[in-house]
Design a protein around this ligand. Structure first.
Ligand code: NAD
Length: 426
């Protein structure tokens, strides 16, 4: 994953991430008529581990850092969710993200619950050796919770496949033999899967295409603006282009570019850190990140950070579809404004679920010690995402709710069904 310090900007969202997550859950719970005891149970996280741990720095000083691992719910299977290294990580943020992971795994019908972890640190300030010592100590601290049968981390903001390799190696050293299934998003040579790096971005484009197909609209020629050109935005751009859509605007934390006839992108591989070098052939016009969100395109893909479409700009969004590559890019207020204006929002837990779907495939392959080719990974991911969209879209039509509420209804229903079948122990 490309990690960018720009992600440290403050979110303009007024509600905290946990308040947003709980409000979204409450809306689905209301539709489902969930009893109060179930609502109370699911508004909380099952396990919350806070660790303060020492890390030896290169200059021989010791820094004590704070980290978290939170499991929201494990009724449907082991907890699954990324680990984030970011200075603004907090227990409440990790709780919210763990809850979202429960819903994300359930909406695409994976046999996983939801978890998230994080360390309050700016990974860019650390040397590679410091990052390794931090990671190995943090992995040891949270080994109380994580493991291939119970809680499987993955990369998130500020972490990447190298960090997953260190976590896997640390837990394997404790065990005495290799445990590839303890993390996903690992490098391919040590049990990672083909197709994981591109999965989230490809999934965004696949879900967008499937949404259009339901309306008998082909993706060919459709115009797309993408905010964020990291792992998700970059791979979404390539996938949209390969499908015949026209990617007319892209941006990163430094700003954006607009080109009416669409970007070529054929030289874009390996230069995603610099959109100006990557996509521009001198014909593009500069646009700010704010302007990009308001361009007259068919599809807008916010794929950078949270809280980008707010009450302040939602009435100026001219796209017909907003497909959420990032987690939480649209505030609850903006959601309502967009819905009133007839803009279809494809929610994050569905639109960016390609990554966790392929993480699940990685975990399955690690257990079976049998690895699939790329075509098999991609074919199965598309099948899972299309099935999930079909269920969410038919729920939205039947219940007359937004795709976001419908996705939560599908997810919360599955989780509560599992809880009911298992019963409240003892
Ligand atoms: P990344 O770090 O690889 O890329 C982030 C991109 O956003 C970079 O191009 C960066 O320059 C840009 N950016 C940062 N701040 C910005 C700002 N203020 N305005 C505009 N652009 C800005 O991260 P990623 O892995 O692509 O993740 C992006 C989003 O997608 C995050 O919300 C993440 O939680 C979510 N997500 C990622 C995955 C995954 O598999 N990587 C899966 C699900 C959800």
């Amino acid at each position: 994953m490309h990690v960018n310090p720009g992600t440290a900007v403050k979110s303009p969202v007024r509600q905290t991430a946990l308040e947003v997550a709980r409000a979204q859950f409450d809306a689905a719970a209301e539709h489902l008529g969930l009893p109060d005891d179930m609502r109370e149970h699911l508004r909380q996280c099952k396990r919350e581990l806070v660790v303060h741990f020492p890390v030896k720095m290169d200059d021989r000083t010791v820094r004590t850092l704070t980290g978290y691992r939170v499991q929201h719910n494990v009724a449907r299977g082991p907890a699954k969710g990324g680990i984030r290294y970011h200075p603004l990580v907090s227990l409440d943020e990790v709780r919210a993200l763990a809850m979202l992971m429960t819903w994300k795994c359930a909406v695409v019908n994976l046999p996983f619950g939801g978890a998230k972890g994080g360390v309050e640190v700016d990974a860019h300030e650390l040397s590679s050796d410091e990052l390794e010592r931090l990671t190995r100590r943090f992995a040891t601290e949270i080994a109380l919770l994580i493991g291939s049968e119970n809680d499987i981390p993955a990369p998130d903001l500020g972490t990447n496949e190298h960090i997953m390799a260190w976590i896997m190696d640390t837990l394997s050293m404790h065990q005495g033999y290799s445990l590839p299934g303890v993390v996903t998003g690992k490098p391919v040579p040590i049990g990672g899967t083909l197709g994981r790096a591109e999965a989230t971005g490809r999934g965004v484009a696949i879900v967008a295409k499937a949404v259009l197909e339901r309306l008998d609209r082909p993706i060919e020629g459709v115009t797309v603006a993408i905010q964020g050109f990291g792992n998700v935005g970059f791979n979404a751009a390539l996938a949209f282009k390969a499908m015949g859509a026209k990617v007319v605007a892209v941006s990163d934390h430094t700003g954006g570019l607009f080109q009416e006839e669409g970007f070529d992108l054929s030289d874009a591989v390996d230069c995603r850190g610099d959109i100006h070098r990557c996509v521009s052939d001198g014909k593009a016009d500069p646009v700010s990140n704010e302007e990009l969100l308001e361009l007259p395109v068919d599809i807008l893909v916010p794929a950078a950070i949270e809280g980008q479409i707010t009450a302040a700009n939602a009435d100026r969004v001219r796209a017909r579809y907003v497909v959420e590559g990032a987690n939480g890019p649209t505030t609850n207020q903006a959601d309502r404004i967009l819905a009133d204006r007839g803009v279809t929002v494809v929610p994050d837990i569905l639109a960016n679920a390609g990554g966790v779907v392929v993480s699940y495939f990685e975990w399955v392959q690690d257990f079976s010690r049998y690895f699939w080719d790329l075509a098999e990974v991609n074919r199965n991911m598309e099948r899972v995402l299309r099935q999930a969209l079909a269920e969410v879209a038919s729920t939205a039509e039947r219940e007359r709710v937004s795709l976001r509420t419908a996705a939560l209804i599908v997810a919360v229903r599955r989780v509560t069904e599992a809880i009911r079948l298992r019963g409240f122990y003892p």
